[in-house]
Design a protein around this ligand. Structure first.
Ligand SMILES: NC(=O)C1=CN([C@@H]2O[C@H](COP(=O)(O)OP(=O)(O)OC[C@H]3O[C@@H](n4cnc5c(N)ncnc54)[C@H](OP(=O)(O)O)[C@@H]3O)[C@@H](O)[C@H]2O)C=CC1
Ligand SMILES: O=CC(=O)O
Length: 365
């Protein structure tokens, strides 16, 4: 059994909490499946190693707490690739904390607000990685994560001994392992660190990092993770962070889909859906997501925090993970179909709460 810890940041104060019970439950029920099965069948990349890279169970999380970066840490040259909804506020928090940040984004204009705050700019991921000690990447999906890390003028070409690459994108474990192998082949080290938490937590430095990979890079990156987030988990071998993120987002996507159905059903049944939101918020199924998104969903308004296309991508990848371990996930599979319908109706770039439109369409047809 693993003795596990995680760090929680409450504004500027870090509290070390023991969450042994919850994490031990995960360790015993979740990890054995990952360690004993052919996880790699889910990957679209044929060149992945087929050996059991996920053989380790959860390793202890870091117990190191830092309240603010030291002078040495601030001297670390930090790269940031991918300045979308999440990447921009994350990089801005690093800049505002005094870090030496160099940015790159496919659409160059998105770098401008960051360079005006003091960030440096390089014209390719390769040049960012070459000029930095630790490079973070926050890309849309597996394809873009691989392209930016391993493509022509990708980050791997600029990596080398002593350098670290931290991929915070949400991808599948196979993709993460592929990127890890390429980075390691250059002599650099690799950490996957997908985040739980959306646009507002990114702006507020309140993300939850689900890390796995090189333990010494985890230690090096920790002060920067603590600027961008409120807590960090270290989950062992590369692939475990990706898997944890996909399981979390599979649950979230299914919750949102059933919530959408509930809102519409309440209305059709002659109830006030606003009252439903209030009732839900006071009971055992209360979740911040329902209170946050419910009122705008009732008004058919979906300001984008988490794009619907990314939620569908996460469900698709989670279903691949489930298939690879022979775990039935019928509810997530049904939810995935709804998100696909919503995408078909042009809602890809709306918030994922727009999935409610797919339920409306379904009921009307
Ligand atoms: N939004 C959210 O609430 C959360 C998102 N995530 C995950 O974080 C990641 C980023 O999400 P988010 O910021 O919302 O997404 P966005 O769509 O806002 O940003 C995506 C980023 O990826 C870049 N990109 C896309 N395709 C390519 C490509 N082929 N080559 C190079 N760069 C590319 C985009 O560049 P360009 O600007 O040129 O388009 C942009 O920088 C996703 O994996 C998502 O699932 C995780 C937690 C929360
Ligand atoms: O991946 C999305 C999130 O809100 O977390």
């Amino acid at each position: 059994m693993s003795l596990c810890f995680f760090l929680v940041k409450n504004r500027n104060t870090h509290h070390l909490l023991s969450s042994t019970a919850a994490i031990m439950a995960l360790s015993s029920s979740f990890c054995p499946q990952l360690s004993n099965t052919n996880y790699f069948r889910a990957t679209p990349y044929s060149s992945f190693p087929t050996k059991q890279l996920l053989s380790g169970s959860y390793k202890p999380f870091s117990v190191r707490a830092t309240s603010s970066p030291s002078k040495d840490e601030l001297a670390t040259r930090v790269g940031f690739l991918g300045l979308g909804i999440m990447g921009s506020p994350m990089a801005i928090n690093l800049i505002n904390a005094g870090c030496d940040v160099t940015v790159w984004n496919r659409t160059k204009s998105k770098c401008d607000p960051l360079t005006s705050l003091g960030a440096k700019y390089k014209p390719s991921p390769e040049e960012v990685a070459a000029s930095c000690d630790v490079t973070f990447a926050m890309l849309a999906d597996p394809e873009s994560a691989v392209e930016v890390a391993c493509g022509k003028h990708g980050a791997a070409s600029g990596m080398g001994p002593g350098k670290g690459y931290v991929d915070v994108s949400t991808v599948d474990g196979g993709t993460s392992i592929l990127i890890s192998e390429r980075i390691k082949a250059s002599g650099g080290s690799f950490l996957e660190a997908p985040v739980s938490g959306s646009k507002k937590p990114a702006e507020d430095g309140q993300l939850i990092f689900l890390t796995a990979g090189d333990k010494s890079l985890y230690e090096t990156a920790a002060p920067f993770l603590d600027i961008m987030g409120k807590s960090r988990f270290y989950l062992g071998d590369v692939g475990n962070g990706a898997a944890m993120k996909l399981v979390v987002n599979m649950i979230m996507g299914s919750m949102m889909a059933t919530f959408a159905e509930g809102l519409l059903l309440s209305e059709k049944a002659g109830l006030d859906p606003n009252v439903l939101v209030e009732v839900v918020s006071q009971g055992a199924i209360s979740a911040p997501m329902f209170a946050l998104k419910g009122p705008s969903m009732i008004k058919s308004s979906y300001p984008t925090a988490f794009p619907l296309k990314h939620q569908q991508k996460d469900l698709r990848l989670a279903l691949g993970l489930a298939e690879s371990v022979s775990q039935p996930t019928p509810i997530a599979a049904a939810a995935n179909e709804l998100y696909k319908v919503a995408k078909g109706h042009g809602l890809s770039d709306d918030d994922f709460s727009a999935v409610i439109e797919a339920v409306k369409v379904k009921l009307q047809s």
